[in-house]
Design a protein around this ligand. Structure first.
Ligand code: ATP
Ligand code: ZN
Length: 225
């Protein structure tokens, strides 16, 4: 079968979403022959191929129609979307379903010994984050001026290193914040993983396969409830 006839799905290669993505495919009856060295993995029982990439690349691959489906955290999806929109670039996709894994929140956190009453306390603060666009949108809504510093990793050490007054980072249990002497003061975004499809119509065969997968995902998620 040629590549064109296979439904191409992008998922995170290595990270917090990868295991649950492959588990979901398995529960939907999609058998994949995994090979850690390869960018693309193929299904042995359905016309499906899996593109395994960094999560940050997934929204763009879907917006540009390079893949048909993507599984991605809403936080990354919206961050990339806002970035593209502000650069005047193309954003086009359909959200097919919110998934029941990858739950986390994007929060503002400060030194645990500092007083905090409300968001106005962060006026003119320097805030380190990997999510500058989601942060900017929130602070604009709150009408609080600030300065952001982009860090793609180790965001939580920025306050103790003296390079920021606060951070805006993903939190699930709060243990990482605690370990770095920080306290969560505002939740700015709540996220789970979701399944998205490219905007451009698919062939009838591919769309039928997507519909079948969706029905199965619904079944799997109901069983998990
Ligand atoms: P990549 O190498 O693919 O860029 P990454 O380091 O950016 O990986 P991960 O830490 O693997 O990303 O997180 C992937 C996604 O998992 C997050 O964007 C978010 O949607 C979700 N997630 C769930 N819980 C957490 C958490 N506690 N911390 C970070 N991400 C979480
Ligand atoms: Zn990433």
């Amino acid at each position: 079968m040629t590549t064109q006839n296979r439904l191409r799905i992008a998922m995170q290669k290595k990270g917090r979403l990868s295991q649950e993505c492959s588990e979901l495919l398995k529960q939907c009856g999609v058998k994949i022959i995994w090979n850690d060295q390869r960018l693309i993995a193929y299904s042995e029982n359905m016309p499906i191929e899996i593109l395994r990439v960094r999560d940050d690349d997934i929204p763009g691959l879907v917006f540009d129609g390079v893949v048909d489906l993507g599984i991605i955290g809403e936080n990354v999806l919206e961050e990339v979307e806002l970035g593209r929109l502000s650069a005047g670039e193309n954003v086009a996709y359909k959200k097919l379903r919110q998934l029941d894994f990858g739950g986390c929140r994007l929060s503002l956190a400060i030194d645990r010994d500092k007083n905090y009453n409300n968001i106005k306390d962060l006026e003119d603060a320097v805030i380190a984050t990997s999510y500058p666009n989601l942060l900017k949108r929130y602070m604009k809504e709150q009408n609080v001026p600030f300065k952001s510093i982009l860090l793609t990793g180790s965001v939580e050490v920025a306050p103790s290193a003296g390079i920021a007054n606060a951070i805006c980072d993903l939190v699930s249990s709060g243990a990482t914040l605690e370990a770095n002497g920080l306290k969560e003061v505002e939740v700015i975004y709540r996220s789970t993983a979701c399944l998205i499809q490219r905007q451009e119509p698919l062939s009838a065969e591919k769309q039928a396969l997507v519909d079948k997968l969706l029905t199965r995902i619904q079944g799997v998620q109901q069983a998990n409830e």
